[in-house]
Write a protein that binds this ligand. Structure first.
Ligand SMILES: [Zn+2]
Length: 248
């Protein structure tokens, strides 16, 4: 699974959908798309260089070999998405991890490029956690990388400025995280931000009581005391290491 291809393909799909005004959630605003895309490239490069992918070896779990391939994908996706749900929670719960994840939340608007805007160390760390679990539990290599591809596409989709018909979105929300659910997670309001941690499936949030369908008032995006426009690209990457309050 070529992760760079998934990024490019997803970006192309949502660029077209967002360009059609009747499918936009909100009007377009001044964006720093190049910066967000640059972060994704840096993240992929970091994963490559640090050689995390080399940890994944195929079929180490004899148990997996005994079940049909289709079920390998079903169980693998559920397992890895459950792990990712808790990885995301951890990035909000621990102040040292929030320092990295807040760069993603500082984006003043939401579109497909926000789904690429992660500090490269966050991308490496979360990939590492999933890879270690996959390796220890014997998840087949093709299942692991298929999930990684699905996760990238889901990140672009759930951040996209793409308006679905409410009836379709409500239907999808029973199983999947949708853009309107994920927008609640990008609220400045901490109570709203600490909800909807899921990446692909919505039932983890439902099961662990972190699902929130709507904001109380008008949605305010970003992180309250950190204005995105005050930071240049390099200073954003350096922000987690700067002294100062761990801004909520
Ligand atoms: Zn988050």
């Amino acid at each position: 699974m070529n992760l760079l291809f998934i990024y490019s393909f997803g970006a192309g799909v949502f660029l077209i959908l967002e360009a059609l005004s009747f499918w936009r959630v909100q009007e377009r605003y001044s964006r720093r798309v190049r910066w967000n895309v640059g972060m994704a490239f840096l993240g992929l490069l970091a994963i490559r260089i640090l050689g995390m992918a080399g940890m994944i070896r195929s079929g180490s779990g004899a148990l997996w070999d005994k079940i049909p391939v289709l079920l390998q994908f079903v169980f693998g996706f559920l397992l890895l998405d459950f792990i990712q749900y808790y990885v995301h929670r951890a990035f909000h719960f621990f102040p040292s991890l929030w320092r990295f994840h807040r760069i993603h939340h500082m984006d003043q608007g939401l579109d497909w490029s926000t789904g690429m805007r992660f500090h490269f160390l966050e991308l490496v760390l979360s990939f590492w956690v999933r890879a270690i679990f996959a390796y220890r539990l014997g998840v087949p290599t093709q299942v692991f990388f298929a999930y990684e591809g699905a996760l990238i596409f889901a990140e672009l989709y759930t951040h996209s400025n793409w308006k679905l018909r409410p009836s379709i979105e409500h239907f999808l929300q029973r199983v999947l995280i949708t853009p309107s659910l994920h927008r609640v997670h990008h609220s400045q309001n901490e109570y709203e931000r600490l909800s909807n941690f899921g990446s692909v499936f919505s039932f983890w949030d439902r099961r662990f009581e972190s699902l929130r369908l709507h904001c109380d008032g008008e949605l305010q995006l970003g992180v309250r005391a950190l204005k995105d426009e005050d930071y240049k690209w390099i200073s954003l990457l350096w922000l987690p290491f700067q002294k100062g309050p761990s801004e909520k």
